[in-house]
Design a protein around this ligand. Structure first.
Ligand SMILES: *Cc1c(COP(=O)(O)O)cnc(C)c1O
Length: 559
């Protein structure tokens, strides 16, 4: 038994002394001041910082050692105790010793499968301060200076995206009537907010119609003589756009996926063809928004934003850029050109919990026009009164935490250059990883990295050769075999638990009949190096040789 467990069992022999009474309850709201209690509380914070940081050094978490089935059998009790079950010390020990080891070690440099990764340790301090202050940014009366600071940090990021004049920022930074951006829960809600704005801006009040927000969709379509609204985005668009269309009554089947080119960017000629077809064949269809992706979730690719902006202007539609992932690339002097055209967007989504390395969860939406959010303003009698500066007037969220404190502090601690170094490391390590993949004959690089995401698969040399000359049917058969191998490979590696890449399915040539399972790597952890990535490939080669090669033999896919 180690020291921590000994302490907790000693001081809390049983549970019988735990009762919920007024006296004890009252004490929970007062931070103990005595020397001993203070020392204990500080020790807990120490355990949280170091105990949690140390957890699971050995594996990345999704292992077979304890199956999800076993775990779920341990969590079936659904009765809440009348009296307290545990003291704080026991709860913390339990979280560190029993829960954390079965969570996923997203901070491992071998965990390169998702957009969730290590965060700087100071984020824990900042998050703790946010909890301790417990400000509610929905209204000034529960946040005061935090509302002011939020407007400031929003203006700082707005400047990185739109780079307006000093005068512009001086006018808007603390202007209660205008909004340069809003904090929301995540990229999903940011995209939803953007579509909400686009919808309401299109269906403004006129004559007897009080606007879509007031009178609803049917009245709106009637008043504006519209049959249908569509949102145009490449096949690489995030599925949150479909959610948004569903929630907003536009219908998620009206998010039209536009084919992509070989480089995974939206095919502009296909987009133009689609627009022309809609304009000619369905004159009562309204193109509500065109969305460009800056850092596609699956491939990390960036659409030609300047071209999309121009097309949006011609069509007269809202141009939204989903930079949930790629936004912070703007900090990199070397790579910010990859997002050229983003400043032409009417709205831009950026996630704080992705490449700002903030703890879960933080999304943001930025607006070119500081008056654009007026179309989603809500007032009530007790908060967000007319003319007040309450930030809750123009956000989807009601009560929310002071994420601006975390972002603003992080920007101060890291500097724009600190973020730039992280971005450069990710992009350059991904490029080096791509070269390593190409060097190894067992692998095929499927989508080369533009930012720090790439996909590849196992495809033995013999299979590559066959694919070169195969007709469509034959190719499909070969790819299905390879899909099985790659699917299994990802599972086996995940369950072995030393490293983690994710997996997705991409269409070859936009053809739904030619679906290809690929392995996906997201390089955002600064500790992830080429040598770690090479180890991951080594492991994949070993797994293939040991467990999977047989699946291809007899299919003449390996020589
Ligand atoms: C992650 C992501 C989203 C969704 O963001 P959440 O924070 O998960 O809601 C939307 N779009 C893109 C491009 C993303 O990468």
């Amino acid at each position: 038994m180690n020291k921590q467990t000994a302490i907790t069992t000693q001081s809390h022999p049983g549970h019988s002394d735990l009762v919920a009474d007024w006296d004890r309850l009252f004490r929970v709201f007062i931070c103990p001041k005595g020397h001993a209690s203070r020392a204990t509380l500080i020790k807990y914070m120490d355990q949280i910082l170091y105990g949690l940081n140390d957890f699971l050094k050995k594996n990345v978490g999704i292992t077979e050692a304890v199956s999800l089935k076993d775990l779920s059998e341990r969590f079936t009790d659904t009765v809440i105790n009348d009296n307290p079950q545990k003291k704080l010390a026991d709860v913390i020990t339990c979280l560190i010793k029993e829960i954390a080891p079965h969570a996923v070690n997203v901070s491992s440099p071998y965990f390169v499968g998702h957009m969730t990764s290590a965060i700087p340790f100071f984020m824990v301090h900042l998050k703790t301060i946010v909890s301790a202050l417990n400000q509610n940014v929905v209204k000034l009366e529960t946040s005061k200076v935090v509302s002011v600071l939020e407007k400031q940090v929003i203006a700082k990021i707005h400047r990185v995206i739109y780079n307006n004049t000093e005068e512009f920022y001086r006018h808007h930074v603390q202007n209660a009537d205008t909004t340069l951006g809003v904090f929301v829960e995540g990229g999903t809600t940011a995209n939803l907010t953007a579509m909400w704005m686009a919808r309401n801006a299109k269906f403004q009040p006129k004559a007897d119609f009080k606007g879509i927000e007031a009178d609803g969709l049917v009245a709106a379509y009637r008043a504006w003589d519209v049959d249908r609204c569509v949102v145009l985005v490449s096949r690489r668009g995030h599925y949150s756009l479909r959610k948004a269309a569903g929630i907003l009554g536009i219908g998620n089947s009206n998010v039209i996926p536009i084919d992509i080119c070989k480089n995974n960017r939206v095919d502009l000629s296909c987009l133009k063809r689609t627009i022309r077809r809609l304009q000619i064949e369905e004159p009562k269809t309204c193109i509500l928004a065109i969305v460009g992706v800056a850092g596609a979730t699956e491939t990390g690719t960036v659409d030609p934003l300047e071209d999309l902006a121009e097309i949006s202007t011609q069509v007269g539609t809202h141009f939204h850029v989903d930079a949930a992932w790629g936004g912070p690339t703007l900090f990199s002097k070397k790579y910010r050109h990859l997002l050229n055209g983003i400043s032409l967007a009417d709205s831009v989504t950026i996630d704080g919990h992705k490449q700002f390395y903030m703890p879960m969860s933080c999304g943001m939406l930025y607006l070119k026009d500081p008056a654009a959010m007026d179309v989603i303003a809500y007032h009530s009698n007790y908060v967000n009164r007319m003319g007040s500066v309450d930030l809750g007037i123009k956000t989807l969220s009601g009560s929310r935490e002071a994420n601006s404190l975390i972002l603003d502090s992080a920007l101060k601690i890291m500097g724009a250059k600190g973020y730039a170094l992280l971005i450069d490391h990710g992009i350059e390590t991904a490029a080096a990883f791509a070269r390593e993949i190409k060097k190894r004959e067992l692998f095929e690089l499927m989508t080369p990295p533009v930012l720090n995401i790439l996909t590849y698969r196992i495809c033995p040399p013999h299979a590559k050769k066959l694919l070169e000359t195969a007709d469509n049917d034959r190719r499909r058969i070969i790819n299905e075999k390879l899909n099985t191998v790659n699917r299994r490979l990802q599972q086996i590696q995940r369950e072995a638990g030393t490293s983690f890449v994710s997996r997705t399915t991409l269409l070859r040539d936009n053809n739904p009949d030619d679906a290809i399972v690929v392995l996906r790597s997201v390089i955002m952890n600064p500790m992830t190096t080429l040598s770690i990535l090479s180890e991951i490939l080594d492991e994949q080669e070993r797994i293939f040789e040991r467990d999977l090669k047989g699946l291809l033999e007899g299919q003449v896919l390996v020589a």
